[in-house]
Design a protein around this ligand. Structure first.
Ligand code: CA
Length: 246
């Protein structure tokens, strides 16, 4: 996706993390990148920090001494769409998924690298700043390959080198791809995708997703077994990314 990231320097981040070395490291790193960081170590302090002038982004550890970070996600979503990126420990897929289903925007698994952290924050901020403006057409490129989706014309195309061709999508494939495209860069959980594409009575039908994702990859990816765009987030869901990680 070729578009300026438009990173706003000085976005105010509320960092909620009870592990002192991680908290210090993240504070220092993000401050050095121009973010204004308020770091707290408990749910109670996070709630306090969200009153008055709320932060622009929340970076939230889930295991906190006075409770579960997912509760804060739910509370915040009661009145705000501010971006929330969850920090989770390896192996805690269930917590991560609960946080995403409760309305968190994305997650990072510890230990994570700084470039990954910054990329996730950029995506979260971009989704927040886009607000209600609805995109209707997208193009994804990688290594001389590309595909595009036009929501208005209900059209999908693919280019490999000089050869461009229409891609025929079934209505379900189209709805699934459109859902991923509207949230590109962001992880969508199985439940979020199933509800959006098939409706709320299909929460448990993860096998549908596997089948349709496989079909989309076969139609769009140059090497379907090694997807560049339609990525699996193990135990969580799927994410449509561009070559630059957005
Ligand atoms: Ca913790």
């Amino acid at each position: 996706m070729s578009q300026a990231e438009g990173h706003r320097c000085g976005a105010r981040i509320l960092l909620v993390e009870d592990d002192p070395p991680i908290r210090r490291f993240l504070s220092t790193t993000l401050t050095a990148r121009g973010y204004v960081v308020e770091a707290v170590d408990s749910l109670a302090a996070a709630r306090l920090a969200c009153t008055g002038r709320p932060p622009e982004v929340v970076l939230l550890d889930l295991g906190l001494p006075d409770g579960d970070g997912v509760d804060l996600v739910r509370e915040l979503r009661g009145w705000s769409q501010l971006p929330i990126v969850v920090l989770s420990a390896r192996g805690q897929e269930e917590d991560k998924v609960r946080a995403l289903d409760a309305g968190a925007d994305d997650y990072l698994v510890k230990p994570f690298g700084v470039p990954e952290l910054l990329a996730r924050l950029r995506v979260a901020e971009r989704h927040a700043s886009r607000g209600g403006a609805e995109e209707v057409a997208w193009t994804w490129t990688a290594d001389g390959h590309a595909f595009g989706l036009d929501a208005t014309r209900r059209r999908c195309w693919r280019r490999d080198g000089d050869a461009e061709a229409e891609v025929r999508l079934t209505p379900t494939e189209f709805r699934l791809l459109l859902c991923l495209a509207r949230h590109h860069g962001k992880v969508l959980t199985h439940v979020q995708l199933l509800r959006e594409v098939w409706g709320p009575q299909h929460d448990g039908d993860v096998a549908y997703l596997r089948v349709y994702l496989g079909q989309l990859r076969a139609k769009l990816e140059p090497e379907p077994a090694q997807p560049r765009w339609l990525l699996t987030e193990p135990g969580v869901g799927y994410r449509l990314v561009s070559a630059d990680g957005g």
